[in-house]
Design a protein around this ligand. Structure first.
Ligand SMILES: *Cc1c(COP(=O)(O)O)cnc(C)c1O
Length: 387
């Protein structure tokens, strides 16, 4: 990659001469584009991916984002979707066919699991979930019809890593395509493509946008791979964000470096405090030396981000609820990656919803936002005393 981070975030792709030299690129809130002549239209139709014809395919505001995301991920090209789930689903569906087999890390993001178990199964695409903490488990799961590997390192609940370089090497030996859900790291803390992974997806809803006001997703990879996704599932499923959401996402990117580093710094302080507390049984956060894969995290990630899970030393759900309800500075909510700190108690998602029934009720996921970390620590301290 030739561009440095600050140029990517602040200038790359923003051809200001095309937008009245406005400092901030305009939102091109148009679904359709017209041409002065038949010849002009004909030439654009042939370049539907990079020239404005119809916004489901290309829109100038999204075009700026595509360049920035590709550069951030050390990729040749990128696509922007209306959700992270759409990005992952389109990527997988573009490269598998009936009778293929997929190997996926176990405990992936819930809707990645549903994609495999509920959607692709119906189209005769089978899968095996593997414990990804040993790369060899990917090799062992390979069948003659295996065409795709899914990684998510670390996952966003129990923070287990996969050795991406090793998994990618196994895939290459067998002509298998690889995808990494890199949402946890943002594009700043881990570059899967540099480790040999083919396709990188993010929920842009999280760190990339960072303000909890947009749902979006991105996919990055080689020009050939992105072209294949674009010409098939991207256009067919049509999960494109509005130009206005793309513009908000671009605005979020301006502060990406500041936000993710602040979140990671504060997470380190919070994790260190929590690890030593008598009411905490365990802190799942790869930045701690006690994490079983801390060494791998140091090797393949530049930093460890602001999401962690704690296990409380609590006798029953009522005690967990006293802790959670007692936290004043952590909103009770799903998602993460915004400015605001959040808590996500596993016990709230057990039961009829059917999510995560295999996880202990004492688990609470914490997202460390941009607030003063000392205030967050003081808040955790007083809530832990309520257990
Ligand atoms: C949120 C999330 C997704 C899904 O993204 P959406 O934007 O909600 O569709 C996928 N993977 C991970 C790790 C996530 O946190």
């Amino acid at each position: 990659m030739s561009e440095d981070l600050s140029t990517i975030l602040n200038h790359l792709g923003e051809e200001r001469e095309l937008g009245y030299h406005a400092v901030v690129p305009p939102v091109v809130q148009s679904g359709n584009f017209s041409y002065p002549s038949v010849a002009d239209m004909r030439s654009v139709v042939q370049h539907e991916m990079e020239r404005p014809l119809y916004t489901r395919g290309f829109n100038p505001t999204l075009g700026i984002l595509r360049k920035k995301i590709a550069a951030l991920e050390h990729a040749e090209d990128a696509l922007v979707f209306s959700s992270g789930s759409a990005a992952i689903a389109a990527a997988v569906m573009s490269f598998v066919k009936s009778c293929d087999h997929i190997v996926c890390v176990h405990k992936p993001y819930s809707w990645t699991k549903k994609l495999l178990v509920e959607l692709l199964e119906r189209f005769n695409v089978s899968h095996t979930f593997v414990d990804g903490t040993a790369a060899e488990n990917y090799r062992r799961a390979i069948q003659p019809n295996t065409t795709f590997f899914i990684t998510e390192s670390p996952n966003s609940l129990t923070f287990e890593l996969q050795d991406l370089r090793a998994v990618a090497a196994i895939a290459k030996e067998h002509g298998i395509l690889t995808l990494c859900d890199n949402s946890y790291n943002s594009p700043l803390f881990q570059h899967p493509i540099d480790l040999g992974i083919d396709l990188v997806a993010h929920s842009a809803t999280k760190y990339l946008n960072g303000h909890s006001d947009v749902v979006a997703g991105v996919l990055a990879g080689s020009a050939a791979h992105i072209r294949q996704v674009m010409s098939k599932e991207f256009m067919t499923l049509g999960a494109v964000p509005s130009p206005h959401d793309a513009w908000l996402l671009m605005r979020g990117l301006r502060t990406l470096e500041l936000r993710v580093n602040r979140s990671a710094d504060s997470a380190a302080s919070v994790a260190t405090f929590l690890e030593g507390h008598p009411r905490i049984k365990r802190v799942h956060w790869p930045g701690l030396a006690s994490h079983p894969q801390h060494e791998l995290a140091r090797q393949q990630m530049r930093r460890v981000a602001g999401l962690m899970t704690i296990e409380l030393d609590a006798p029953d759900e009522a005690a967990v609820e006293r802790f959670c309800d007692g936290l004043k500075r952590f909103l009770i909510a799903v998602s993460w990656g915004g400015y605001e700190s959040l808590q996500w108690p596993v016990c709230a998602l057990k039961g009829p919803s059917g999510y995560y029934t295999d996880l202990p009720f004492t688990m609470v996921r914490l997202y460390i936002g941009l607030e003063d970390p000392q205030l967050l620590i003081a808040d955790l301290k007083q809530a832990l005393e309520r257990i």
